[in-house]
Design a protein. Structure first.
Lengths: 316, 527
């Protein structure tokens, strides 16, 4: 499920620098790593040297009696303090670049929910779990969640922001390289947390403009949307009539009592259809094995789901 | 244990009942020891299962839902049942009164009650496993914790009850330190372990109630539907994070300050040298405790708190780094000109300095706000806090146990074996957790039941390391049991230490000292 598109493999120092701030973050990180390394060499090297140099040679060893040394203590308080302040100030300076939003940024609306991401553009174009942005253009994501807290993280762009229900949060980036980059959810959100992935495609501006105009569902009625999704994704296993394929035929399902494998029955209404698409193993139709149908959770957006329900309603 | 012929706290009374109703701080310390060891074993098994699942990409031994339960219980057990009670309630209970020359703690009954709070709280928390379990992580973030399965309520309630254990211990230690010091023991003559327990106790008293109230509000919201944190009910989910970290950041110092106290004891004892910068260490302990109340927002840089708040929290967090650095330099300086003996406790103390330094510098990398944005909630954070909590606190517990074992049980631990446990745990630890810094830099988020194949190689190394740690701790358990049964009889002061607990017999008598000690010199007078 992770092998989506041509993802730039993450590198061990830091992932590929794909945005304008990435370089700044990495220089700061490099500085911190070097300072940390020197500190570790001093402390660890220091105690190893002292411990060996002053190892016990006899039970009557005389040891020095030193209680303190003001100069030394001032030095090793003040020098770290200065280094920490450099880290703090530098961090602030870079953070400023991340958090001051450029004015004419391209705005994209993001909705997180268990366990997928929806993207919506100004012209009404919607996508799920992948979105496309133009290169060298500031992009602002305005984000909210439909259920619990999620967090939107693009490692290659060095940006991350929590996505909170009941409010909007935002982040911005300007991609500097074309290609496809991984998006992770980084706020724990339950069973599907580690599968709540998305991809951002960075393309040239013209390609973006073309892409934006192509709306597979433009001008279609709900029923027509449903039919097109059905033919693309469901038809392999379900017939629109009543005959059996891998799964039961869906003709006449709506409004009928469905017999389940535990002997109970359930009404074939909107909720049952929705549940069967998102959680196929929750209820199993009598005569069919469980665990066969994959979940479409996170793969269909709300319009597509409603379209499917509408379409199934229409089947005789 | 029965080899000790003299009259001591172990043979003062007999039978299980005498233990379950004991008011002797030493016996209560032993009760805590047994409980903490058992909890550590359970939490450790969960850890092994986690690393097994993560050995390769894809689903291996548990479903994602199962993984989330493992991750939650591992974290909750290790934090609330092992690392928090680990030093104060176990080693602190045993040695605080001994180190200040007292007969017992100020409130022996509260002391026993605190142990029962831990046990009852733990029992309630484990009940959760019979009610669909809990999968919120040890942090219980809302609104997920309000919506997920009901087993969560048990775990939350358990943590609430265990909090009282911590509060009661803290209260007891503050009063004990103020009121029961032996004649002549001024504050500036107290051992540094006592200073650290005292500062910790203040944190326990002031911070834990906030956690208690927060958890109570959470349960009220779930059970009664009062809108506090859930936006669906008009609440604010981020408010929970503020409350939670207002407790939990000071709590990380509840975990580390006593460990630092132990390290000060070990370094001086095994180098036979007075501590360098006694006052600086004592005051930096108090300083860390005070400042730690004002840094909670560093867990929330990307939560949606205001940018200004983030910058201020970043600044204050840097300030905590200074006293932390001071202590480290003081320990290193103490070794200078000493007479260093490489017994297992010293190895653990040096291991502590090694690992804690790495934990500290990566803390600074996380406190730097711009780099935090990238590292937050990735494996980098996982590595950071394991370096400080396992590399720091757990190393100190191990060192402390080997150091004080002769005093507690009157028997000598096989030092060769104890050193082997150190090598296994230390090497295994680095193999397990160092790669996780790299994984985090590469962008791998934490709390993932599964990960892209690109992250597989380092995860494999990490899992292999975890087996080494596991082996080390199993061996350590064996070494301890072996010493209890077969260990040679220990003298009163096998290490030649100067603090008061070594002046009484091993194991100490029921009321600690045959005649009350009078203190005339500081705790580390090695001349
Ligand atoms: C030099 C001292 C330290 C500094 C500057 C520091 C800094 C930080 C920062 C900034 C974070 C937040 C990272 C994030 O979530 O993005 C963090 C996380 C954490 N630190 Fe530290 N830290 C220090 C010492 C300690 C100590 C002594 C402990 C405990 C013994 C500790 C335990 C933790 C834990 C448990 C977390 C993660 C909590 C969670 O999200 O589950 N830290 N630290
Ligand atoms: Cu913190």
């Amino acid at each position: 499920m992770f092998s989506s598109t041509a993802q730039a493999a993450p590198r061990s120092f830091m992932p590929i620098q794909g945005s304008t701030v990435a370089g700044y973050v990495d220089s700061l990180y490099a500085f911190l790593l070097i300072a940390s390394f020197i500190a570790c060499v001093l402390v660890i090297g220091g105690f190893i040297y002292f411990a060996i140099r002053y190892r016990r040679r006899s039970e009557n060893d005389k040891t020095l009696y030193i209680t303190h040394n003001n100069t030394l203590e001032f030095a090793w308080s003040f020098i770290p303090f200065v280094i920490f302040m450099v880290a703090f100030g530098w961090g602030w300076w870079v953070y400023d670049k991340m958090r001051v939003f450029p004015e004419n940024a391209l705005e994209v609306h993001v909705t997180g929910y268990m366990w997928a991401w929806d993207f919506m553009y100004k012209n009404g174009k919607r996508t799920t779990n992948e979105f496309t942005v133009p290169v060298n253009t500031p992009v602002k994501l305005i984000m909210t969640s439909r259920d619990v807290i999620h967090s939107f993280f693009i490692p290659s762009f060095r940006v991350k922001q929590d996505v909170v229900p009941g409010r909007y949060s935002a982040l911005w980036f300007e991609a500097t390289k074309t290609g496809s980059f991984q998006v992770f959810c980084t706020e724990y959100c339950g069973t599907g947390h580690s599968a709540m992935l998305a991809t951002v495609h960075v393309v040239e501006t013209e390609e973006y403009e073309n892409w934006l105009q192509v709306d597979p569902y433009r001008g279609l009625s709900l029923l027509e949307v449903g039919q097109s999704v059905f033919e693309g994704r469901c038809l392999v296993c379900h017939s629109p009539g009543e005959d059996r394929k891998v799964g039961p035929g869906l003709g006449g399902l709506f409004g009928k009592q469905v017999l389940l494998d535990d002997g109970s029955t359930v009404l074939g209404d909107e909720n049952y259809i929705r549940e069967s698409i998102l959680y196929p193993n929750a209820k199993i139709t009598a005569g069919y094995p469980s665990g066969v149908m994959p979940t479409f959770l996170g793969q269909l957006d709300e319009t597509e789901l409603l379209g499917l329900i509408e379409y199934i309603k229409s089947l005789e | 244990m029965h080899g000790a012929h003299s009259h001591n706290y172990l043979n003062h009374e007999k039978g299980l009942w005498s233990w379950l109703t004991t008011l002797d701080h030493k016996r209560i310390g032993v009760l805590y020891m047994i409980s903490v060891f058992i909890f550590f074993f359970i939490g450790g098994v969960f850890a092994m299962l986690i690393r097994w699942e993560l050995f390769s990409s894809g689903q291996n031994i548990v479903s994602p839902a199962g993984y989330n339960q493992l991750m939650t219980f591992h974290g909750a057990i290790m934090v609330f049942m092992v690392i928090i009670p680990g030093i104060p309630a176990f080693l602190g209970n045993f040695f605080l009164p001994l180190q200040i020359g007292a007969k017992d703690v100020a409130f022996p009954r509260l002391n026993l009650l605190s142990w029962y709070c831990l046990m009852v709280g733990a029992a309630i928390a484990f009940m959760s496993l019979f009610f669909s379990g809990a999968d919120t992580g040890w942090t219980f973030y809302t609104p997920y914790s309000i919506q997920t399965d009901t087993g969560t309520i048990w775990l939350v309630t358990g943590a609430f009850v265990m909090g009282f254990s911590s509060i009661l211990t803290g209260l007891n230690f503050v009063v004990t330190t103020h009121k029961l010091r032996a004649p002549g023991m001024t504050f500036w003559k107290m051992p540094l372990f006592v200073w650290s327990l005292y500062s910790t106790a203040i944190l326990q008293i002031l911070a834990t109630p906030v956690l208690g109230i927060t958890l109570l509000l959470l349960v009220a919201e779930r059970v009664l539907g009062i809108g506090i944190f859930d936006p669906a009910l008009g609440g604010d989910p981020v408010l929970f994070q503020h409350f939670f970290w207002f407790y939990s950041h000071p709590a990380v110092y509840i975990m580390i300050l006593p460990a630092m106290g132990i390290i000060s004891e070990l370094i001086t004892t095994y180098s036979r040298k007075t501590i360098f910068g006694y006052k600086a260490i004592a005051l930096s302990t108090v300083g860390i405790a005070a400042v730690s109340f004002f840094v909670w927002g560093h867990h929330m840089f990307v939560s949606g708190q205001s940018e200004i708040a983030g910058i201020i929290f970043s600044f204050i967090t840097m300030l905590v780094g200074v006293p932390t650095a001071i202590k480290t330099f003081n320990w290193v300086a103490t070794l200078y000109g000493g007479s260093v003996r490489f017994d297992a406790p010293l190895l653990y103390a040096l291991g502590f300095i090694f690992l804690f330094t790495i934990g500290g510098v990566t803390g600074i990398i996380l406190a730097t706000i711009a780099t935090n944005v990238h590292f937050h909630d990735t494996y980098f954070v996982v590595a950071h806090f394991h370096y400080v909590m396992v590399g720091g606190t757990l190393m100190a517990i191990m060192g402390g146990v080997y150091h004080w074992f002769p005093k507690m049980f009157g028997r000598i631990v096989d030092d060769g074996m104890a050193r082997i446990t150190f090598v296994l745990i230390f090497v295994g630890f680095n193999v397990t957790f160092f790669p996780q810094f790299v994984l985090g830099a590469m962008g791998l988020p934490r709390r993932y039941a599964d990960y892209p194949v690109a992250y597989e190689a380092l995860n494999k190394i990490s899992s292999i390391g975890s087996w080494t740690i596991g082996l080390g701790f199993l061996l350590a358990l064996y070494v301890i049991i072996h010493a209890l049964k077969r260990g040679e009889k220990a003298g009163d002061n096998p290490w030649g230490a100067r603090t008061l607990e070594w002046q009484t017999s091993s194991p100490p008598p029921h009321e600690n000292f045959d005649k009350p000690p009078v203190v005339t010199a500081g705790p580390y007078e090695y001349r």
